[in-house]
Structures are given as C-alpha cells and as structure tokens.
Design a protein around this ligand. Structure first.
Ligand SMILES: [Zn+2]
Length: 185
C-alpha cells in the first residue's frame, strides 16, 4: 500500500471534480475514510488469513465490487437524506471512486501481491504495467526507516503532486466558469 495518508490525499484530489457550493465538508471526510478503508484487510494477518486469499491483503476489500458496496452502505447510513446540491447518484459515484482509487494506487506499487479488482468473481491479482510507487511497509515502526523515506518521496511525486495539480486545475476551471456566469454580456 502507499501510506494511508496518501490514499486520503488521492480521494481529496478527486473531490473538486464533485465540488458544488454548499456541499458539507463531511462528504469529503467520508471520501477520505473510504479511500483508507480497504486496508482494513491487514487485520486478517492476525487471524491466519494469507495474503493471496479472498479476504487476504489487497483481496476483496480492494475490489471494484467492494467499492460499490461501501459507497452504497455509506450513502444509506451516513447520508440517509442526501446532501444539498449533490444528487445521490453523484454522491455515490464520488464515494465509489474514492474507495476504488485505493486499489488503483496499490496496483501502481512495486511490491507485494497485485490487487483483486474483479473479486468476488475472479481472485486474480493485478498490477498496472507502470508501477512507480514504492510499496509502503506494513506497520508504523518499519515505516520510519531509510526505506520509509524512499516510500514517502515516491508517494509525494506520484500521488500528492498529481492530486494537487488536479485540484488546482479543477478549481481554476470552476472559478472561470463561475466568473463567466456572473459577468453580464
Ligand atoms: Zn491497500
């Protein structure tokens, strides 16, 4: 995995594509939580579940089907009456993409097993052909090491910078659209 913070940054990077004035901040918070949630599967190591199993690390919780389920569950439990200025389908789509972005980033790392994108239908593990992100050690103590530094550097370059650029571009485009809409002909 890239470190959990980088997953959250990716979700916040997607956020501006869905931004409308008046949408409450808890929507973006939910997106950040969704983006980190799939790594709940590391708990399975304690119970003897193997990495390559269905419930193993980067297994079902990293699949597209799980992303759809988690987004749907949050929609019902956390946003039962919806949110202002965002349709329920759009809100679901944001939460789905935030969750799915986790597997996408994991599939761009250079270690571990691939991601079971198609679980529960196929348990095949996939990587993208391009894997520029250094895989993050599991566990905080091992993270603070020379290898940890290399991980942070690759995540800044391949996750944080693209997310910030995406945020800047979308904000700029939206503010131009708004100013054109308010400028009299
Ligand atoms: Zn992961």
């Amino acid at each position: 995995m890239p470190s959990v913070l980088s997953h959250a940054v990716a979700a916040l990077g997607i956020g501006p594509c869905f931004y409308r004035p008046g949408v409450p901040n808890r929507v973006w918070l939910a997106g950040a939580v969704c983006s980190m949630f799939p790594d709940i599967d590391v708990v399975g190591f304690r119970f003897g579940i193997h990495y390559g199993d269905f419930w193993g690390h980067r297994g079902f919780t990293h699949s597209l089907a799980f992303a759809a389920l988690l987004a749907g569950t949050l929609l019902v439990l956390a946003f039962p009456t919806g949110v202002p200025n965002l349709s329920r389908l759009t809100l679901w789509l944001y939460l789905f993409l935030a969750t799915a972005s986790h597997g996408v980033l994991d599939a761009m790392t250079d270690g571990g097993l691939g991601v079971a994108f198609l679980a529960p239908f196929h348990n095949t593990r996939y990587f993208f052909p391009w894997t520029p992100i250094r895989v993050s050690p599991i566990g905080i103590s091992r993270f603070f090491s020379a290898r940890g530094l290399a991980v942070v550097r690759s995540e800044l370059l391949w996750v944080w910078v693209p997310a910030l650029v995406l945020v800047a571009v979308v904000w700029f485009a939206q503010s131009r659209i708004r100013s054109q809409a308010t400028t009299p002909p």
